[in-house]
Design a protein around this ligand. Structure first.
Ligand code: ADP
Ligand code: MG
Length: 560
């Protein structure tokens, strides 16, 4: 670890919760939490019977997260780059929440098998959010409207480099000749005769402020996702280079994930013409097994998530998706996922540096019906026990002539990109060759080569879980932003160079993101009916105008 990360960085690690709510907790939540603290039991009120009212969804909080709300894990120092520790944190303690129930031992009372916000139990029509239901605390107070229209370059991956601050001398410098480029300081270059290679990117970011990072690398992609495009944002780099700091951040510096959620609610608030259904999932890929971080740890181990389908139609199952209606419910989902991830690991440092974590938000939206239109639409309510027919599919119906747009925003904290440092490390745990990361590199290289040389070589998406899951996005149907995080210290030159090379390669991948809109027959007919009405109206106006024109004409003729 470098000196730069010592004091503030260490204190950051004591706070795994990425951000805090700015508005007071609701009466319902306070009551529930008090209840739990005094009795240690889930209050009876938090049961699926709450599902009758959308308002009550806002306060729903699972007992898993409640038990974590009152505890904090012990501090851990970040692991030294390239040498993930085997024995846990330096002080020998396990950075585990003391009261966290261990895998398989959780009490049925404290670990509900099915969360009340699980999408399979929620009637989508009852959990919609729109501009009226968003509370001021759910949105960012720092919205810069001017920055909203820019979606970045539509056909290219947005590739940025973030240099972690250091108190040592940086081995890298921003180039003065070429803007937004970085090169190795000539003192550290192997050859003194040839100039060091200059790496050019869309953004080079420095410092500890996460707001400019969000604005530069994530905001346009989040807005694109709200507008119906799939979007993927991922951080790539060696362990301790700042991936988690960039994506999750901490209380003082919320990262991309919490800022994205605030922006999503802000977007809904300023879009009165649409209503939204938001659902989140949170998963981890560790040793080529996908764990659902929102499922109780015991069931996520006994029932790993499987990837089904091919090509653009990839479905993850069984994967829990939780409907969120406010920032508070998002925070609850994130806390629960993070807590389950810690519970599952015997060695947190090692697991977090070798696993990929993926936070996904499925955004469905529908045009809002005009006035009395709503009453005519059957709500389709069947709760409790509401179960949609297929996993992973859309939940909102394109009805009453209103089309539905669906998109997925994926925020991915990749495993550390460093290579194994010793044979011992290579041989344990099925070798430290991270299949997913290795395949990601090959897939990106092939895609880049294919688009550069107009070839169509086979792309080995199916060789790893991560690439298979990302296949629809990497094949081009998504806006992608990649943040390569680097440690500028002298000792990390090799790893930093390989991160820069990876980042440069992904820049060449060609994208062609399309919006997905579901329009059912009824919706189409309604659309045509409206078009016909509009045309008729214009025709009538023209006709009404015509006699007047004819009169003017005949008057002119008479004057001849
Ligand atoms: P990674 O997820 O890549 O392994 P982390 O995000 O955990 O790395 O960062 C390692 C340590 O460095 C953490 O303590 C983190 O708070 C700190 N850190 C990373 N990037 C920055 C930054 N830009 N400014 C300040 N501290 C940072
Ligand atoms: Mg990390």
């Amino acid at each position: 670890m470098t000196a730069a990360t010592s004091s503030s960085a260490t204190s950051r690690l004591t706070r795994p919760v990425p951000f805090t709510p700015r508005r007071p907790v609701s009466a319902h939540l306070e009551a529930s939490t008090d209840d739990l603290q005094s009795t240690g039991r889930i209050p009876r009120a938090i049961t699926p019977s709450l599902l009758g009212s959308a308002k009550k969804f806002k306060a729903a909080l699972s007992s898993e997260s409640k038990s974590r709300l009152v505890t904090k894990p012990k501090p851990v120092l970040p692991s030294v780059p390239g040498t993930p520790t085997k024995k846990g944190s330096p002080d020998g303690s396990r950075p585990k929440t003391p009261t966290t129930p261990r895998r398989g031992t959780e009490s049925p009372l404290l670990m509900p098998q099915v969360s009340e916000m699980d999408v399979s139990r929620v009637d989508p029509e009852e959990a919609l959010v729109d501009f009226q239901s968003i509370e001021p605390g759910d949105i960012s107070g720092e919205i810069d409207e001017a920055a909203l229209a820019d979606y970045g370059n539509e056909d290219k991956v947005l590739v940025s480099i973030r240099i972690r601050p250091t108190q040592a001398t940086s081995a890298w410098q921003k180039s003065t000749a070429i803007p937004k480029s970085i090169k190795l300081d000539s003192h550290y270059a192997k050859s003194s005769t040839t100039a060091p290679q200059e790496f050019r990117f869309d953004e080079i970011l420095t410092g500890s402020d996460n707001k400019p990072v969000y604005n530069a690398v994530a905001r346009s992609h989040v807005c694109a996702a709200m507008d119906g495009y799939n979007a993927v944002i991922f951080a790539y780099g060696q362990t301790a280079s700042g991936k988690t700091f960039t994506l999750s951040g901490d209380e003082d510096q919320p990262g991309i994930i919490p800022r994205a959620m605030k922006d999503i609610f802000a977007y809904i608030r300023r879009t009165p013409t649409r209503e939204y259904l938001l659902r989140c999932s949170y998963l981890e890929i560790y040793n080529e097994t996908i764990h659902d971080l929102l499922a109780p740890p015991s069931s996520s181990v006994s029932q790993p998530v499987q990837i089904q389908g091919t090509g653009a139609n990839i479905v993850l199952t069984p994967l829990r998706e939780e409907v969120v209606t406010s920032l508070k419910s998002v925070r609850e989902v994130l806390q629960r996922g993070e807590g389950n991830r810690r519970t599952a690991s015997t060695d947190w440092n090692e697991r977090s540096s070798r696993s990929h974590s993926v936070f996904r938000v499925v955004i469905e939206s529908r045009e809002r019906g005009a006035g009395g239109d709503e009453a005519a639409i059957p709500s389709g309510r069947t709760t409790p026990g509401f179960r949609p027919p297929t996993p992973g599919g859309s939940r909102l119906q394109a009805k009453g002539g209103r089309s539905v747009q669906t998109s997925v925003l994926s925020l991915i904290d990749l495993a550390g990109s460093e290579k194994a440092t010793s044979d011992k490390e290579r041989t344990r745990e099925g070798k430290y060759i991270n299949t997913s990361l290795l395949t990601l590199g090959t897939v990106i290289a092939t895609l880049a080569e294919n688009s550069a040389k107009n070839k169509s070589d086979h792309v080995p998406f199916r060789n790893s879980k991560l690439t298979r899951m990302l296949q629809p996005s990497l094949s081009g149907n998504a806006r992608i932003s990649v943040i390569g995080t680097i440690n500028p210290d002298m000792g990390a030159i090799g790893e930093t160079t390989s991160t820069l090379l990876f980042a440069q390669r992904i820049k060449k991948v060609q994208l062609h993101a399309q919006k997905k809109e579901i329009v059912d027959t009824e919706a189409l007919l309604e659309r045509y009916r409206k078009e016909i009405e509009e045309l008729k109206k214009r025709l009538t106006e023209k006709e009404a105008d015509a006699p007047a024109r004819n009169r003017r004409l005949s008057a002119r003729e008479a004057s001849w």
